[in-house]
Write a new protein. Structure first.
Length: 367
């Protein structure tokens, strides 16, 4: 094993030199900043030092004049890589450097995967599943098994089992069912509201009412009104809690009241508090977060955080016909355990919507 210390002006330069001198497969063992004073009482200067290692079975021990030996360190130790990762702890900079240097195969091995599982692991990661969550899938499959599995069927089954599904909206026996559709701008809330209204009003012959809280987006009310006229469904607008309560009172005989909300930047946490003040008028209200399947995972996470004060009961996944990679849906399902209610795959009303289910998400992720 070759172990070498690299001294440079910054981490970027040091990392580049590590790759040049030890190769892409080098493993960072230690990093530190070095400060030293200048003559004449000037300001202190600083440099960084990276200790890196590279497995090299053919490397002659005589070359140790340019390589520093570190007692007790062996890259051939079964838990060597994992130990260094654990020692990095919460040092985000160090962990970032380590993972930059490690190949994806080495990352998988450091997480305890077996050799014949690496291709399947790589496939999951390429589909958008988080590396650590992908490793946990194999960890779960390996528990209680004499032979580590890499077969597609149990892997896809395990991924599907991580999802929860609420089924279609269930109407209340007494009084109207009240459902609010939340989500960021452009997620497809208004079109989804229309699709749900059409399903219940035209197909199931229920009495449906539409209420719009979107008083800012140009043409939002007009768009919903067009859908309402086509379906012969009443459409109302509410700008505050009192108007919202008045609309609910006028339609106590409805089977389903669907609420279309305005989209806001996912970082606008005050918006959720404003909605909460309005929705307090309907204590049994059910919330569905409408999120595009094409949105970045970070946007999905931020939306969940934004609407946490309201309580997100279900997730509606839109634009599944526009996405190319859907592994991040597994990440969301595994971390949050929020049930999915519907998926939409086009602009047609009411055709392009279906109840979310296990087989559907497996097809999305695995093709």
């Amino acid at each position: 094993m070759r172990i070498k210390k690299i001294l440079a002006n910054n981490y970027s330069e040091a990392l580049t030199r590590v790759k040049e001198e030890l190769g892409e497969e080098a493993l960072v063992l230690k990093t530190r900043s070095i400060k030293f004073g200048q003559e004449g009482g000037g300001q202190s200067a600083s440099m960084v030092e990276i200790t890196a290692a590279m497995e090299d079975a053919s490397h002659d021990a005589a070359v140790a004049t340019v390589v520093e030996e570190v007692p007790g360190v062996s890259a051939r130790h079964p838990g060597g890589r994992q130990r260094f990762l654990e020692e990095a702890g919460n040092d985000r900079e160090l962990r970032s450097l380590i993972y930059t240097l490690l190949s994806q195969t080495d990352r998988a091995r450091s997480m305890g995967l077996q050799g014949d599982q690496l291709d399947a692991y790589q496939d999951l990661v390429e589909r958008g599943i988080d590396e650590h969550l992908a490793a946990r899938i194999f960890e779960s499959l390996n528990m209680g098994s004499d032979e580590p599995t890499s077969n597609v069927k149990p892997i896809t089954a395990h991924v599907g089992d991580a999802f929860h599904f609420s089924g279609p909206i269930q109407l209340d026996a007494i009084g109207p069912k009240i459902v609010a559709l939340l989500g960021p701008t452009g997620s497809g809330k208004t079109t989804t509201t229309a699709k749900l209204a059409a399903r219940f009003a035209l197909i199931e012959k229920k009495k449906v009412v539409l209420i719009s809280l979107d008083t800012f987006r140009l043409g939002a009310m007009e768009q919903l009104q067009i859908y309402g006229d086509l379906m012969r469904v009443p459409v109302e607008m509410a700008t505050d809690r009192n108007e919202f309560l008045q609309s609910l009172n006028r339609h106590r005989d409805a089977d389903l009241i669907l609420i279309d909300t305005m989209g806001r930047n996912p970082r606008d946490e005050q918006y959720a508090q404003e909605l909460k003040a309005i929705f307090d008028a309907a204590p049994n209200l059910e919330t569905h977060l409408v999120q595009s399947a094409t949105a970045q995972e970070s946007v999905f996470e931020q939306s969940l955080k934004q609407f946490r004060p309201l309580g997100v009961d279900c997730i509606v996944l839109t634009k599944t016909d526009e996405g190319l990679q859907f592994g991040h849906l597994y990440n969301i399902a595994a971390r949050h355990h929020i049930p999915f209610s519907y998926c939409t795959n086009g602009q047609r009303v009411p055709e392009d919507i279906e109840v979310a289910g296990r087989d559907g998400v497996i097809r999305l992720i695995f093709g």
